[in-house]
Design a binder for this molecule. Sequence first.
Ligand code: RIB
Length: 309
Amino acid sequence: MARVIIFGSMNMDLSIECDRMPQAGETLSGHDFITNPGGKGANQAVAASRLGASVGMIAAVGADGFGNELVATLEAVGVDCTKVTRSSETSTGVAIIVRSAGDNRIVLSAGANHLLSSEDVMRALHAIAEPGDVFLTQGECDAEATLAGLHEAHSMGLYTILNPAPARPMPDEAWADVDLVCLNETECELMCGICPTDEEGCLKAASRLQELGVRSVVITLGSEGSIGFEAAGDKPVRAIARKVEVVDTTAAGDTYIGALAAGHAAGMSLVESMAWGSAASALTVGKLGAQQAIPTAAEVEATGWKCCS
Ligand code: RIB
């Protein structure tokens, strides 16, 4: 079976709940503080691996306690970390997360996440990836290295998935290296200038991205579920969001994207992997934390999820 190769961030999340978000200059008392392995790349790796994919991680952490814990957590769920660099030049990435009423605000210290160069990523890809594998990347690592990874993976015959989170402008020609882009409304507006508020807006945004060269587009709409456009001109497919009690939304999007990657590697159709991702992320929001909240394939199966379009 195809593997999922992820070039992405690894952060230690320092996360605290507040009764409301603090104002500028204000100090608030929080509660339920947790230190928890996170980072969009590593969260997506945990999700894909727990959902049954064979996963290889390309990343960098500092030679420090947080870095050791992050690598150990990935290895414990079966992710191949032979291409995770440990560097004494800089510290491990950290995310400060303030949670309130099921929502969150995140401030990042990139640290070692910006350490790998284009050459490092290309070298790692040649060492662990095969044509037909899935390559998944996001927006928390060095921008040039991320684009180089997409380009190299695409040239090597991998199926490339981009999750532009956080979103940052990208040269038009880079879209041709993207087989599937998965983004939310705000990321969509930044990446293509169209904020999709309804199905027509989603169609316009997807058409714009497809004109730029990307093949398939999935737009996530929070409680409204997600909408997918497999190829330019195709009828859109939809996955509904399950109604659940929200404990913490951290890593819900990462769980969904991990499912898209694992689903593609397992031969699922786009709409099947979208529905699987919805079921998985509904379980993630019901638990506190990032990686510790991501479900296994068996837990998702137990929900009785079904594919819909
Ligand atoms: O998507 C959630 C993740 O974003 C957190 O785990 C945090 O590390 C930030 O990267």
